[in-house]
Design a protein around this ligand. Structure first.
Ligand code: PGA
Length: 258
């Protein structure tokens, strides 16, 4: 982590937790990180728990992320949730283009772009996920794939919009597998993302943009990953469901805390 960007950690709770369980976990996270002044922390419960968790956290430093949204504001779109509704429920962020949404629900870059732009218009910070599959990595297509996803997701955005965006590099083969990217692999992808952002949006906008890593982040691998200059925090799945391991990830990423 470098260049003045405040580290950002977001728990992605995926399809886990009742409202009561989500409240308990959110409260533990808030109490755990309450004294940390040099890091931003968010949690990502299921839709059904968003409002209750946001209410519980409203006075504290921990913010709330939804796991998806639609791009329209209202209308006949059964089952969808708008960015404005997420803001109304107390959310500050929304995770978009997660590989599970791309792989299981056929989400395309164009949809991620529409969602991200709608989220920004509503005042949310989209956390846009990009990352290659194992087949793409083995075929030497990692950088091309990541760049295509990035270009697709950020189409028609300017540097003012980029100020509201977080990019999460999440190699698909590392998600939920216990097999994280090595620092060299993560470093290469993050450096490429940063240089693409610079090329597109200019240095100042690119340099303030958070690019976080995701994929089997654990207390024992975060130190090496967060030491990389272009890694600005993490999107944490499985390990965020346990408050101790999530707290250890957040604190071990901070050189001052070890
Ligand atoms: P994981 O999930 O930490 O369980 O690998 C990360 C994610 O899906 O965002």
């Amino acid at each position: 982590m470098a260049s003045g960007r405040r580290p950002f950690f977001c728990g992605n709770w995926k399809l886990n937790g009742s409202i009561a369980e989500s409240l308990a976990l959110a409260t533990d996270v808030r109490n755990g990180v309450a004294t940390l002044r040099d890091v931003d922390v968010a949690v990502g419960p299921s839709f059904t728990a968003l409002y209750a968790v946001a209410k519980r956290l409203e006075d504290g430093p921990v913010t709330v992320a939804a796991q998806d949204c639609f791009w329209e504001e209202k209308g006949a779109f059964t089952g969808e949730v708008s960015p404005a509704q997420l803001v109304d429920a107390g959310c500050k962020h929304v995770i978009l283009g997660h590989s599970e949404r791309r792989q299981l629900f056929g989400e395309l870059d164009a949809a991620v772009n529409l969602k991200a732009r709608a989220a920004i218009r509503a005042g949310l910070t989209p956390i846009i996920c990009v990352g290659e599959t194992l087949a793409e990595r083995d075929a030497g297509e990692t950088i091309g794939r990541v760049q295509a996803q990035l270009d697709g997701a950020l189409a028609d955005m300017d540097d003012t919009a980029l100020e509201r965006v977080v990019i999460a590099y999440e190699p698909v083969w590392a998600i939920g597998t216990g097999r994280n990217a090595t620092p060299a692999q993560a470093g290469e992808a993050h450096a490429h993302i940063r240089s693409r952002l610079r090329q597109w949006f200019g240095g100042p906008a690119a340099d303030q943009c958070h690019v976080i890593y995701g994929g089997s982040v654990k207390p024992d691998n975060i130190r090496d990953l967060s030491a990389l200059p272009d890694v600005d925090g993490a999107l944490v799945g499985g390990a965020s469901l346990d408050v101790r391991s999530f707290f250890d990830i957040v604190t071990r990423s901070r050189p001052a805390a070890v």
